[in-house]
Design a protein around this ligand. Structure first.
Ligand code: SF4
Length: 177
């Protein structure tokens, strides 16, 4: 693998690592987010507990890099904990690593764009393929072949929707935009 390819696959590697070993996977997700109108004292107690969980998490470095790539945390808003850091701490870390993160984010988007193109092409191909084609040749029943193709079309459409939603959200567009 070239260094460029490695850079382009890093996001997926980081996400897989966090998914596999996140210490918060068994914790209450609400612990990591401040509630609407939550009092400072209440939030500070929960925030400390969230930071304590992160402190012992083996995926902390990967989690921090993902959070920074995703643009999480704002300088003037203390409402979440990620990788043991508060929102303002994440924002400060993002400022310190701005150049490196800009390159990483560009690589992430490039990779996503390629994946989106591939999925759209596969969806179009699948949509004009007969369920009787060799692709589903091992399934005997026509009904089952049709069901398998419908499942595949649904999966592809969901994957495309997920990538498009993430890209729109990052650029400030809502889901329905
Ligand atoms: S560092 Fe904290 S938020 Fe990140 S995966 Fe670990 S426990 Fe979860």
């Amino acid at each position: 693998m070239t260094s460029t390819q490695a850079r382009h696959t890093r996001r997926a590697v980081l996400q897989a690592a966090v998914d596999a070993g996140a210490r918060c996977a068994t914790a209450d997700p609400d612990l990591f987010f401040r509630g609407d109108d939550e009092l400072d004292t209440d939030w500070q107690a929960r925030r400390s507990e969230a930071i304590r969980i992160c402190t012992g998490c083996p995926m902390r470095a990967a989690c921090e890099e993902l959070a920074l790539r995703n643009g999480e945390g704002e300088a003037d808003t203390d409402e979440l904990v990620r990788a043991g850091l508060t929102g303002p701490e994440l924002a400060a870390a993002r400022d310190r690593q701005a150049v490196r993160l800009a390159a990483a984010t560009a690589a992430d988007r490039d990779t996503e764009g390629q994946e989106l193109d591939r999925l759209v092409a596969e969806l179009r191909s699948e949509a004009i393929t007969s369920p009787d084609s060799a692709r589903y040749g091992t399934v005997r029943s026509t009904a089952l072949r049709t069901a398998a193709q419908t499942d595949r079309l649904r999966t592809l459409a969901a994957q495309i929707r997920q990538i498009r939603t993430a890209r729109r959200t990052r650029t400030g567009w809502g889901v329905a935009a």
